[in-house]
Design a protein around this ligand. Sequence first.
Ligand SMILES: [Zn+2]
Length: 198
Amino acid sequence: MTGPAVDPAESWAHLMRGNARFTAGAQMHPRSRPERRLALLGSQREPRAAVLGCCDSRVPPELVFDQGLGDIFTVRSAGTVLDDVVLGSLEFAVSVLRVPLVVVLGHDGCGAIGIAREVARGEATASGHLAAIVAGIAPAAAAAPPGEAAEVQAVAVVDAIVAQCPPIAAAVAARRVAVIGATYSLETGEVREVSPRP
Ligand SMILES: [Zn+2]
């Protein structure tokens, strides 16, 4: 399988153009018609980016970036918390699909971070599998002011991905891939980069 012809900066610029359409209410809903569906029958070809987003129903990556079929390799977990399956999915995107960009997309008003904050303060306990989500929220994010928590969590997840995935770290070192953090504003719909591309 050949890699995509775009580099990390081009991929990010492409996503941001889509987000600009989304925030303006000028979505194109590109590459979502039947002919596109049929064109991807053999393989998903080469998505332009992998996005690790939160499960929050208000932040679907394909919509906020105005993308279509085959465009984004999407992984979602509450709070963008990492586990082996999430990391394996991102390694697949980088090593097999050859995406040039991995975006960790947090957002304000995140419920997972909110629960972690309450647990950190001793105001709540997390039972069952919710405990795994709380454990995956960076302590610094749980302690950060509400307006900064999403950014702190996104940056922490970016660092953890690179630290825990040697194939991704190697691709970053070779400048074939960038892993960046971003946050989404529920109010404006705008996505903002919060960690510099290496
Ligand atoms: Zn969330």
